[in-house]
Design a protein around this ligand. Structure first.
Ligand code: SAH
Ligand code: F3S
Length: 448
């Protein structure tokens, strides 16, 4: 008697570069592929399909992908059946150019086509040429199976796509297209499905999340989204990123204060403290406006913690400009700051400015701001000693498997030692010891 052998599963390797939006996009890609019999593997050499979900924000991130692709050239020659795909921002930005540099690539899938990956792979099977898909549709929606997730208790949910602001240094409006917001009903439905499946913390995503709803022209806003999902059963914490100071308003601060599940934490990139540089960046605020916003947030939403991004070495940045950034950091005292060295991006308005800040000055300014941030962290963390904070336990600590790592509502890392299975639990912790990077504590109660 003939035995039917089940078809063996195809294997996919997917590496993700860049931001949280890319992490979510990758999760949704894997979900689609798992539905058509692919299984994920952890090295490219095991895979029938090798995918890179890419980032274009700085040159370095792109170089990494080009170097990964370059190292696969010989491999593809040996194993021509293996498919190689470039997804996301770099695919959107460089399109067909990628094939000129890397002719062994089979699939170029832009940011707007990620949700059609299944169909694109079928198209690829049906033809002998590479497939290039770069269309960005007017609407933004996606399907998700709440049951196939990488993390059972935390999830990202995109509320919108794209950005209509045109900060002169930033490639995102090109790679992600114009703003397209989802409806509150559809966001709520997704959050509900995730929480029914055990999710406790949701981070809402948007490249410029305070401009949520501007395209819908019905007066809706991010504050209404927060209200719309707040009562979802099982949901314990809500976060959102990334905020632009220009679009931040008092309504949102008030709603953050009123809704207990919304963490009093705001990532609000300042980029620079110099009004001249901010003007060249087309950020549409001054240092004074920014500081006023920070103060008003502290009044309207007591206890709010702020974090920021800064770019050092923007064209023409002088010592005097840089001093203004230092001044702003000293004034606000962020819980964390991400410092980036300016990277010129073809296709942005800033290419017309001459890149005149030498690399070693960029490096020195980068280190200087990191040191200030570290000093602020050390001082802030010391004030937390003896206090009680709530953390969501996210996993074992990186340094020791016997310890747990969790995050406070202000997104600070806390390490606790406890033999109980606490993954995904909320616990109250008394802070006993601190370093600039971490807080250490003792659990005060059973999980709640
Ligand atoms: N609002 C977006 C911004 C994406 S880029 C979001 O967070 O989703 C993230 C950060 O990278 C920016 O805030 C900025 O500080 C930095 N960045 C963007 N373009 C850059 C460039 N050309 N060079 C250096 N840093 C850059
Ligand atoms: Fe980029 Fe500025 Fe939009 S940083 S994502 S252009 S708000």
């Amino acid at each position: 008697m003939l035995q039917t052998v089940p078809p063996s599963k195809k294997k996919v390797f997917l590496e993700t570069f860049g931001c949280q939006m890319n992490l979510l996009d990758s999760e949704l890609v894997l979900q689609q592929l798992q539905q058509c019999s692919f299984e994920p593997v952890s090295t490219p050499k095991e895979a029938d399909l090798i995918l890179y979900n890419t980032c274009s924000v700085r040159e370095h991130a792109e170089q990494k992908v080009y170097s990964r692709l370059g190292s696969l050239k010989h491999y593809k020659h040996q194993k021509p059946h293996v498919r190689i795909g470039v997804l996301g921002c770099m695919a959107q930005k460089d399109g067909e150019e990628i094939l000129k540099r890397m002719p062994h690539v089979d699939l170029i899938c832009g940011t707007g086509q990620i949700f059609h990956i299944k169909a694109l792979l079928e198209e690829l099977d049906a033809q002998s040429r590479p497939v290039i898909a770069l269309e960005i549709e007017d609407e933004f929606e996606y399907n998700r199976d709440p049951k196939t997730r990488s993390n059972p208790f935390q999830a990202y949910v995109s509320v919108m796509r794209g950005c209509n602001d045109k900060c002169t240094f930033c490639i995102v409006p090109t790679t992600r297209g114009p703003v397209a917001s989802r409806s509150i009903a559809s966001i709520r439905e997704e959050v509900h499905a995730l929480c029914q499946d055990g999710c406790k913390e949701i981070t809402l995503l948007g490249q410029n999340i305070n401009s949520y709803g501007h395209d819908l022209n019905d007066g809706t806003s991010l504050a209404r989204v927060l209200e719309g999902i707040h009562e979802v059963e099982g949901l314990r914490r809500i976060r959102f990123i990334t905020s632009h100071p220009r679009h931040m308003d008092s309504d949102l601060f008030r709603v953050m204060a009123q809704l207990p599940k919304v963490c009093e934490y705001l990532h609000i990139p300042a980029q620079s403290g110099s009004n001249r540089i901010l003007r060249m960046m087309k950020r549409f605020y001054t240092q004074e406006n920014y500081l006023e916003l920070i103060r008003s947030g502290r009044t309207l939403c007591p206890g709010i913690a702020y974090s920021s991004d800064f770019i050092v070495g923007f064209p023409t940045e002088t010592e005097e400009d840089f001093e203004k950034t230092v001044q702003l950091m000293e004034e606000v005292r962020f819980v964390s700051s991400f410092i980036f060295k300016y990277s010129i991006r073809e296709g942005t308005a800033a290419v017309r400015f001459e890149e005149d800040v030498p690399q070693e000055i960029k490096e020195a300014r980068n280190q200087y701001l990191l040191a200030i941030q570290k000093k602020h962290n050390r001082e802030r963390n010391r004030t937390l000693e003896g206090q009680t904070v709530e953390i969501l336990v996210e996993g074992p600590s990186k340094l020791s498997k016997q310890k747990w790592m969790g995050r406070t509502r202000a997104n600070q890392i806390v390490i606790v030692e406890d033999p109980r299975p606490l993954l995904g639990e909320f616990v109250q912790v008394k802070i006993t010891e601190t370093t600039p990077l971490s807080l250490y504590g003792q659990i005060l109660s059973d999980p709640i």
